[in-house]
Design a protein around this ligand. Structure first.
Ligand code: FES
Length: 166
């Protein structure tokens, strides 16, 4: 009753001020709610995954000559074209993790850290490396080669089964 009396006693200017403050308050609350809703929705939005850890298109099958070794920096692998198909080799040395460069002059991978040597199949042939270079899963889609850099496999010795035939 007392409040109603006071409301009735408000001047036009006070009413306008209260109305303005009420609008500001509701607008602020609406903004906070909208921001929270957008932030929540963003969590469910799929991220564009690229580079190492994702599946990378290497190219068309006929772009790679038999015997070629192609480096893919973003995916951290070499695509080695063998007579029977392809193998994607993770460039991290299985010894202590150095990046293994391809040496085209000798036709082998040669780790600069402790001298491990690997064949184009990734098979270790010299040095302290305990096993061949790890390889990644390859998928052939039509005439294209895709390498899954998130699927890396260790092996005790290179086998024909590690090669994706084309
Ligand atoms: S890290 Fe490659 S041989 Fe040691």
């Amino acid at each position: 009753m007392a409040d109603r009396d006071r409301t009735e006693e408000l001047t036009d200017e006070e009413r306008k001020r209260r109305s303005f403050l009420r609008k500001v308050m509701w607008s602020s609350a609406g903004l906070v709610l909208a921001e929270s809703a957008l932030a929540g929705l963003a969590l469910f939005w799929p991220r564009k995954v690229q580079g190492f850890g994702s599946t990378i298109r290497a190219g068309k099958i006929d772009e790679f000559e038999v015997g070629s070794v192609t480096r893919f920096r973003d995916g951290k692998f070499y695509l080695s074209r063998l007579p029977e198909g392809f193998i994607a080799l993770y460039w991290k040395c299985p010894h202590l993790g150095c990046t293994v460069p391809w040496d085209p002059a000798r036709g082998q991978f040669a780790c600069p850290c402790h001298g491990s040597i690997y064949e184009p199949t990734g098979q270790n042939v010299a040095g302290p490396a305990p096993r061949p270079m790890d390889y990644m899963a390859i998928e052939i889609r039509g005439d294209e080669i895709w390498v899954n850099t998130g699927a890396i496999f260790e092996r005790r010795v290179h086998s024909d089964e590690h090669v994706t035939k084309v």
